[in-house]
Design a binder for this molecule. Structure first.
Ligand SMILES: C[S@@+](CC[C@H](N)C(=O)[O-])C[C@H]1O[C@@H](n2cnc3c(N)ncnc32)[C@H](O)[C@@H]1O
Length: 272
C-alpha cells in the first residue's frame, strides 16, 4: 500500500534553492517565458507607475524589466526565499516574505505581477483577494500561470506518462494546479476587474531549447517522487528525458496564460 505524500510548500523540499540545479532551472524558466511576459507587460502604461509589486521573482529578470520600463517606480520583489535573486536595478527592493501570510500589509500598487506563483499556492483565492485590495484604483494585476494544453495530446507514451506523473506529484505534494491559468479571466471578473486581456505562449520542447532543458532539470529534481506515483518506472522516465533532448523531437508541454485586469477607479482604496 502506498503511503500518502507529506504535504509541503513550494521550495521547502521540492524545487528548494538548496538544490544544485535550482539556479539554472530558474534561469531557464526566465529564458522560456520572459519574451511572452515582456510582450504582455509592454501593453500596459508602465511609464506612469509609481509602485510595483513583483511576487515570486525567482532569479529576478522581470523585477529588473519592470524597473527599467517604469523609471519613476519603486519595485518590491517579494519571495519567500530570495537566495537566488540577482538584481541589477537599484530601484528594486528585495523583500523576503510569504505571500500567503495573512498578516502581510503592503500597497497601494499601480501594478502587481506574479508568474508561476499562484498555481503553487493552496490558498490562492485568499491571496488573490488580498492582491486586488492592494491595487490602487486604476492599477493593474497581471497573473501568469500554466495550462496543460500540450503534453496530453502527445503520441509518445513515455513522455505523456512522465509529464502526467509530474503534474500528479506537484498536485499531491505542493497543492499545485498546472491548469490554474485557465481560470484567471473568470476570477478577474469575479473581483470586478476591468480591461481583462488574456495572452498565451506554448513553446516547443526540442533539443536544447530552454523549455526542454528546464523540463529535464525539473523532472530530475522530482525523480524519486515521479517513480513513486507508479505512472512511470525509471527506464520509461529515462526514455522520456532522452526523447525531450533530441533536436528531432517537437513536443508541446504546457502553455503559459497571462491575464491582466484593471481595478476600477471607484473600487475600494486598499488598506495598506
Ligand atoms: C516557479 S518559480 C517562478 C519564478 C519566476 N516568477 C519565473 O516565472 O521565472 C516560483 C517562485 O515563487 C516563489 N514562491 C513560491 N511560493 C511562495 C510564497 N508562498 N510566497 C512568496 N514567494 C513564493 C518561489 O520561491 C519561486 O521564486
Amino acid at each position: 500500500m502506498q503511503t500518502a505524500p507529506a504535504q509541503e510548500i513550494y521550495g521547502e523540499r521540492l524545487f528548494s534553492t538548496r538544490q544544485d540545479t535550482e539556479r539554472e532551472r530558474l534561469d531557464l524558466l526566465a529564458q522560456t517565458w520572459d519574451p511572452a511576459t515582456t510582450a504582455h507587460l509592454r501593453t500596459l502604461p508602465l511609464a506612469e507607475a509609481r509602485s510595483i509589486l513583483e511576487i515570486g521573482p525567482g532569479a529576478g529578470s522581470i523585477a529588473d524589466l519592470l524597473a527599467e520600463s517604469a523609471p519613476h517606480a519603486e519595485v518590491t520583489a517579494l519571495d519567500r526565499d530570495t537566495t537566488l535573486l540577482r538584481l541589477r536595478n537599484p530601484r528594486v527592493r528585495p523583500l523576503q516574505a510569504d505571500i500567503t501570510d495573512a498578516g502581510l500589509e503592503l500597497g497601494p500598487f499601480d501594478l502587481i505581477h506574479a508568474r508561476c506563483v499562484l498555481m503553487h499556492l493552496r490558498d490562492h483565492e485568499a491571496v488573490l483577494a488580498r492582491l486586488v485590495s492592494w491595487l490602487r484604483p486604476g492599477g493593474h494585476l497581471v497573473l501568469s500561470d500554466t495550462a496543460e494544453l500540450g503534453f496530453p495530446h502527445s503520441s509518445n507514451a513515455d513522455y505523456r506518462a512522465t509529464m502526467q506523473a509530474l503534474s500528479q506529484v506537484i498536485t499531491t505534494h505542493l497543492g499545485s494546479d498546472q491548469n490554474h491559468g485557465l481560470g484567471h479571466p473568470a476570477r478577474f471578473r469575479q473581483h470586478d476587474l476591468t480591461d481583462i486581456c488574456l495572452t498565451t505562449a506554448l513553446p516547443t520542447v526540442t533539443g536544447d531549447a530552454p523549455i526542454s532543458l528546464w523540463w529535464q532539470l525539473t523532472l530530475e529534481q522530482a525523480r524519486p517522487e515521479l517513480i513513486r506515483t507508479g505512472l512511470v518506472d525509471a527506464p520509461a522516465l529515462d526514455r522520456a528525458l532522452h526523447h525531450m533532448a533530441q533536436p528531432t523531437t517537437h513536443e508541446l508541454s504546457i502553455a503559459l496564460l497571462t491575464c491582466s485586469g484593471r481595478k476600477r477607479q471607484g473600487q475600494n482604496q486598499p488598506t495598506g
